[in-house]
Design a protein around this ligand. Sequence first.
Ligand code: SAM
Length: 266
Amino acid sequence: MARGPVDDAKRRAALDDELAFWSREAALDGRFATEILRRLDPTNRPGEHPAFAVPDVVAWAVRRTSVARPRVVDLGSGPLSVLAAAHEHGAVDVTAVDPLADDYARLIDERGWDYPVVPTAGSGETLADVVGRDAVSVVYCRNALDHAASPRRCLEQIRDALRPGGLFLVEGVAFEGTHQNHEGLHGFDLFVASGALRCRDADDDVDIDVDGLVPFVTVPDASAPDATEPEWFWAAYHKPPATVDATYAPELRALAVAMRDAVTGR
Ligand SMILES: C[S@@+](CC[C@H](N)C(=O)[O-])C[C@H]1O[C@@H](n2cnc3c(N)ncnc32)[C@H](O)[C@@H]1O
């Protein structure tokens, strides 16, 4: 029997803990006060962007999902989306989605913060219902997929929400479920092994391979499932269109190289 947050009452209690964590951080009373202050400062905000090669991702999304200004979802954004500067400066249109969005909106209001992106209520498991099907060019998810009740259901919904040619970019702390003793919202370990993003609950592998969402970058190349030191993972997926021209595969390979170089700092 999995020890994750399996029933509604446990999950509500775990979300309350998550909100308490963010309330402390918002009061600059937590571990991440420096990051919070950087996100709040418009000058420093671009430095909070993910390491994924952002200009290459935007160029891909414009070309391959046929939109002038790609719509990007920050899934499980927390109160202060790290994509806010890209939204503010017009490169992309960011929709932040989080189950605690209403609480976060209250937190932002209480603090009197003026932040360019305010989260919308929703979860990975209901994403396509919240943002529409074939509706967004990129779904980005940082340190949140392993907080979900069902990572697999999230991937299915992410696929459905993406436009053909769209990208799913995911990163986070590997083996966080184990590090947190599978308590609270930490029901799962996510990690990279043999070139694939893998998921485990407290007892078993969880199959998160979904048809129509294809991984094309994972970093690191190999990580130890029993690693005890915090390690960061990155993975990128694409939603292949029904038909592709001859440049699709070489462009995807070039994007993979740019992303790998960006996240490994090469
Ligand atoms: C550790 S925070 C990460 C916030 C932000 N992405 C960051 O890196 O600063 C995890 C977030 O995932 C959200 N979350 C929990 N369950 C979720 C689900 N089923 N779908 C999407 N997000 C979820 C939590 O409410 C929380 O805001």
